[in-house]
Structure formats: structure tokens, C-alpha cells
Design a protein around this ligand. Sequence first.
Ligand SMILES: *[C@@H]1O[C@H](CO)[C@@H](O)[C@H](O)[C@H]1NC(C)=O
Ligand SMILES: *[C@@H]1O[C@H](CO)[C@@H](O)[C@H](O)[C@H]1NC(C)=O
Ligand SMILES: *[C@@H]1O[C@H](CO)[C@@H](O)[C@H](O)[C@H]1NC(C)=O
Ligand SMILES: *[C@@H]1O[C@H](CO)[C@@H](O)[C@H](O)[C@H]1NC(C)=O
Length: 420
Amino acid sequence: MWCMIVLSAIAFQSLPIVSINETCWPTANNLTCVLNDLLLGYNKYQRPNYTGDPIRVEVYLMIISLGPIFELDMSFTMNLFFRQVWTDQRLTLPNQVSNVAVSTKLLSAIWKPDTFFINSHSAYLHTTPTFNHLLRILENGRLLYSSRLTIKASCSNFLKRFPLDVQICPLVLSSYAYGTKDIIYDWKLNANNGVEFERLKLSQFDLFDHKISRREVQLNDRNHSVLQLDLFMRRKAGYYILQGYIPAGLLVILSWISFWIDSEATADRVYISVTCVLSLTTLTMDIRSYIPAVPYFTAIDYFFVMCYLFLFASLIQFTAVHRYLGYRQSMKSEENLNEQRKSPVLEKAMETNVILLRNEESHSTYFPRRSTFSVIVQGLHLIRRKASLHKLDEHARIGFPLLFILCNGIYWFILVVYTA
Ligand SMILES: *[C@@H]1O[C@H](CO)[C@@H](O)[C@H](O)[C@H]1NC(C)=O
Ligand SMILES: *[C@@H]1O[C@H](CO)[C@@H](O)[C@H](O)[C@H]1NC(C)=O
Ligand SMILES: *[C@@H]1O[C@H](CO)[C@@H](O)[C@H](O)[C@H]1NC(C)=O
Ligand SMILES: *[C@@H]1O[C@H](CO)[C@@H](O)[C@H](O)[C@H]1NC(C)=O
């Protein structure tokens, strides 16, 4: 308690360090004298071993939470314990005292590394209920400085394989002012390989690997020691399969219903196809709102394009059927005009010919007064017409699903096997 009071007095009022005799009054704690002794004549403006070798700052992290990952501004957020260990011989404790947790007020009285995160958008130290950092003086002047940070770092997403993509998000740190002549960073590898993860659960991604590395980078006029942590994350595609692939595929299948609908039901068939196209457009826009406006096609875009092509193909198939039908009809009506101008009953029959064809027994009752010959001629026309139309739709009924399965096979093969 006294220790803290005295230390904070030292730290805050930045008094000239008083002599041991003055602070070591009888009631004072033993440690007070020790720390005051250490800080006597301490120059916090110079790094430890100022004239000697660069000091080694060892870093290790514990990542508490990760995510969310924002594709739109290409960033990800992480919450971590950031720990740095370095040696300051000036703060070597006497033998009988070791591993002292001291108030972080002491931090402002000593030198500490000016580490910063090169690729961070923003980072902050948690301050509730107090500043979330600690300082420990270990044996032989080793210091442990740990803080709890939330960092929003940039992560340049590469979305060619979206939504089956793997994102590599780095965290890069270095000293802001000191080059390799003064500070060398390294990962603290003995206990936990530099990075620990605390039971991470990400909603959109699976963290399946991480890699740590160190290198030198020239910033401004000097080389800086840089540490990098790469997080390898695989996107959980489930959401996009449920919300994108399956509805889009079902829309294509839905559009095939029109092949079973009577070719004269123009409105119904066009309505189905157009509705499918519009629904797919909505779906595409919905999925697209999760992706930044990248100037290339992502994997799911190729699928949507494929679905559009199938929907358009079924519309075109219908147009072909309709056109052919119209052609036959106009031919027939010319024939009818020439041959059966006198028979309004037959004209009416022409319009409902398909119904007639379904029910061939009705011929005799429907044309009670017509000559047998004209009924046969008419019947042949209708049968020919029905047969040809039937064929176009029948081909489509088999051809479209087969082609769709084939395209899907190729698509998923390329996506899952070939470019994996
Ligand atoms: C501290 O006090 C002792 C005697 O109690 C004295 O011998 C010593 O010189 C003093 N040291 C300082 C730095 O004043
Ligand atoms: C501090 O306490 C230890 C024993 O706990 C003793 O050996 C040492 O001399 C004390 N130091 C001072 C400066 O009183
Ligand atoms: C300080 O630098 C000297 C060389 O100049 C080196 O021998 C010594 O080990 C260094 N001390 C520490 C604590 O790194
Ligand atoms: C930085 O390091 C590279 C090689 O590691 C060297 O070529 C370059 O001159 C260094 N730059 C400075 C400013 O020391």
C-alpha cells in the first residue's frame, strides 16, 4: 500500500528521486526502499543498455476473441492479451525479492518499447474498470508488460473463391521509433509458441492455422524489426449454400415447370420464367451485399450467371415453341380460310384443339354434322402439330436437367477440386 502511494507520488509528481534515507522511514515497507533504490538516478528517456547491443523484446499473445471479419472495409477485429518481455538491467531486484507485480503507475517512470501495429485501422487499450495492463519485475531485471487490446486490423480479402475462400489475415507489429540498432523483436517461443488461442468461436470462419514470422523492414531511414502473425481462416460456406446456391438452383428447377405446361398457355409460361429471373436478381443482390465491390467475378457470381443463363434459355425455348406454334397456326388458318371458310364451329374447334386432342372420343360428338373427311384432315393437322410441339418440350424436359447437372458438376469440380 505504502509502496503504491510512494510510487504514484514518484510517477505523478515526477519529483526528483529522493534519497533512500528520506523515503525509508521506519513504517515503510521493505520493497519501497528497494524500488526507490532502483529508480534512483533512472533515466527513462534512454533505452536499457543504451551504449551496448540492441535490446531484445520478446512478444507473446493470447488471442481471446477474433472477428467479426468485415469484407466491406476489408478489416478484422481481434481482442488479445499483448505481452512484451525485455530486460532492463537498471531495474534488477536484489536477490531476496523477485517477481514483483507493481502498479502500472511505475510504467510512466520507466522506459518501455514503443510497439505499434503496422496494419491496424484502430487499436485501443481496455480501460474499464481501470486500465487493463500490468507490469511485473521478474528476476535479473526482466520486465513483463501485458495489456489487453482490441485491434481492428486490415486484411486484404481475396474473394475469387468466395464463399469457399480462405482468408489470411496478418497482424504486423514493430517499433515506431527504434530501428534494429536499438530494438529487436522476437516471438517468445518457449511455453506457448508465441501465440495462444482461447477457445475461439467464430461465426463465419474456421481458424485452421496460424504462422508467426519475423523480418526486417525499412521504414523511413532505418531498418525496423518486424513481427508478423498470419491467421488462416476458412469461410463457413453453410450460410451462402443455404441462402445462395440452393435457392438459385431451385429457381432454375422451378423454371422447368413451364415445359410441362401447355404451350398455348403463353401467359403462364412467361410468368414463371420472368418471376424466376426477378427472384434470382433479388437473391443475387442480397448475396452481393455481403461482398465488397470487387472488380472480378467471385465463385458464387459464376453460379448466378449460370443460373441466369438457364433461366434465359428456358425463356428462349418457350419463345421458340411459341414462334413455331404461331407459324403453324397462321399456316393452318390460311388453310382453314381456303378450305373451311363456311364452318365457324371448326374455327372454334381450332382454338380449343388441345383439349380435343386429349379427348379423342369427343371428336365424334363435337363434330356431329361434319363430313368424315374434313374431320380426319383436321385431326391429322392437329396430331402433326401436337407431335412437333411435344417434341421440343420433351427434349427440354430431359435436356435442361441433364445440362444443369453437367454444368453443376463442372462448376463444383473446378471450385472444390481444381482450384482448391
Ligand atoms: C543514510 O543514513 C545513514 C545513517 O542512518 C548514513 O550513514 C548514510 O550516509 C545515509 N545515506 C544517505 C544517502 O544519506
Ligand atoms: C528486506 O527484508 C529482508 C528479509 O525479508 C532483509 O533481509 C533485507 O535486509 C531487508 N532490506 C531492507 C533494505 O530493509
Ligand atoms: C549490453 O551490451 C553489452 C555489449 O555492449 C552486452 O555484453 C550485454 O550483454 C548487454 N546487456 C544486456 C542486458 O543485453
Ligand atoms: C536494411 O537492411 C538491408 C539488408 O538487410 C540493407 O541492404 C539496407 O542497407 C539496410 N538499410 C538501412 C537504412 O540500414
